[in-house]
Design a protein around this ligand. Structure first.
Ligand code: ADP
Length: 457
């Protein structure tokens, strides 16, 4: 029993840096606030990039017509045909098809990547029988882009495992138009280039006019919100707001999160394809949480605290512990025996005690992710409240991404996020925040942005 208690203490010690205090979370909130301000001042060069989206308003329900939406975000490309009807029978109809992006295309040349996208569009138009339609299209491209108009955007840098050459610094809408020309089979009128956060916000705003923030927690994490136009550019125009893509995943790239990073986070960052970049994202999103857990398990095993001290090949293999196992293992609905059988499938022979520890590691890592996300969100809602000179702000956040939707602990901590933002941690006590999961967010959102942008033409 004494040995067990000593072992317990050692495990607790290893996990303690994942336990963030209220002070630490407040610091993260304050750094995010500073990041938002710095990004607005120097556009694109600071760690939180604050990229203008050229989307000036949320939908008003009068949108109509047929649109093609393309969504290139993380693991796959989706093509959608979206139809909006107004009037008494206001409704949205959507058809879609999903194409996986082979790794050699993700990491090949830019021309190959865009030729592949053009091939997918061609296949989809065939499938819908709309090859001749010359549709207006919105292109959801969920990577940091410097936009100078709604339909131009230079890729700043790839994230989330993409590495295709000759894309960074280039206008991706132009690259898509050229690929379509090369294919010479169909015409598209690409009207809008859309970040997935903006698409999510728009699709949720279609249901709830109070929605002025979009958040994604999937492969990566990011947020956009409606910012006062005067804070973005000098303007004499008659419009007052513009949606800003914060690219908040870059917080900490200047070292400002170093004090909360654990040795495990440092390891994950160093082993990633973009070391030093997207530090905040690497503490939160699906591409990394499994890897963080694996690093912790590796450390505990090496210290003889887990798996009888046996470091297996699986445990040493990057990517072997996927984030979806995290959500299976930490689920309260499954018994410890099932946790052991999941570990067994991963080639890890566990005792009952091991499975308790593994579950705890998973819970700690996903709780921290949710809390950090909450601290960041507190900065965003407070900024909006201050912009508007309000004592109290009611606002809705449109949300998408597998982590928000599937990772239990994340959802639990997130549903108490309102508490977190408000009373518990008093991170943004004067804001009432509602989270609205988006339904088919970025596709429908891209179509809505295209429709809104076209109304101006
Ligand atoms: P994307 O962000 O690429 O558009 P998703 O929102 O589906 O797509 O997120 C994919 C990420 O979610 C991957 O990193 C994957 O590991 C993770 N993931 C997939 N299924 C689950 C799950 N059940 N629980 C937690 N994470 C998951």
């Amino acid at each position: 029993a004494q040995r067990l208690a000593a072992r317990r203490r050692q495990v607790d010690e290893t996990l303690s840096p994942f336990r963030l205090s209220q002070e630490q979370l407040t610091l993260v909130k304050n750094r995010m606030s500073a990041g938002l301000e710095a990004g607005l001042r120097c556009k694109g060069t600071s760690s939180v990039k604050m990229l203008p989206s050229f989307v000036y308003r949320t939908p008003d329900g009068k949108e109509q017509g047929k649109y093609l939406a393309l969504d290139l975000g993380g693991t796959n490309l989706r093509a959608l045909l979206v139809t909006f009807k107004t009037g008494l029978q206001q409704n949205t109809r959507m058809h879609h098809k999903i194409y996986t992006i082979p790794l050699e295309i993700m990491q090949g040349t830019g021309e190959e990547l865009f030729d592949y996208i053009a091939y997918c569009i061609s296949d989809f138009l065939d499938y819908m029988g709309m090859k001749k339609a010359h549709l207006p299209a919105g292109f959801t491209f969920s990577f940091p882009c410097e936009q100078t108009a709604i339909d131009t955007g230079k890729l700043v840098s790839w994230t989330k495992g993409f590495k295709a050459t000759d894309c960074e610094g280039h206008d991706v809408v132009e690259m898509l138009r050229e690929a379509i020309k090369r294919r010479n089979e169909f015409d598209l009128d690409i009207i809008a280039m859309v970040n997935d956060t903006v698409g999510t916000m728009m699709s949720c705003a279609y249901e709830d006019p109070q929605c002025e923030i979009g958040m994604i927690v999937g492969t990566g994490t990011n947020v956009c919100y409606m910012e006062d136009l005067k804070n973005i550019e000098k303007t004499k125009q008659n419009i007052s707001k513009m949606c800003v893509n914060t690219e908040w995943g870059g917080l900490g790239d200047d070292g400002s999160l170093d004090d909360i990073m654990t040795p495990f986070d440092i390891e994950v960052n160093q082993n990633s394809i973009n070391p030093g970049k997207q530090r905040f994202e690497k503490l939160i999103s699906g591409m990394y949480l499994g890897e963080i857990v694996r690093q912790v398990l590796l450390d505990l095993t090496r210290a003889g605290l887990l798996f009888r001290g046996r470091v297996t090949e699986t445990l040493k293999t990057p990517g072997m512990f996927q984030t979806k196992y995290l959500s299976q293992i930490e689920s309260d609905r499954i018994a410890l025996l099932q946790v052991r059988s999941i570990l067994q499938q991963l080639g890890l022979n566990s005792t009952c005690n091991d499975s308790i520890i593994v579950r705890e590691v998973c819970a700690m890592v996903s709780r921290r992710a949710a809390q950090l996300c909450g601290a960041g969100m507190a900065a965003v809602v407070d900024k909006i409240r201050e912009n508007r000179g309000l004592n109290h702000l009611n606002i809705t956040v449109g949300v998408d991404g597998a982590l928000y939707k599937l990772l239990l602990r994340f959802t639990i901590y997130f549903s108490s996020l309102n508490d977190l933002i408000q009373s518990n941690l008093a991170l943004a006590p004067q804001c009432d925040v509602t989270f609205l999961p988006s339904d088919e967010g970025s596709g429908k959102g891209a179509a809505l942005i295209t429709a809104v942008a076209r109304q101006k033409h």
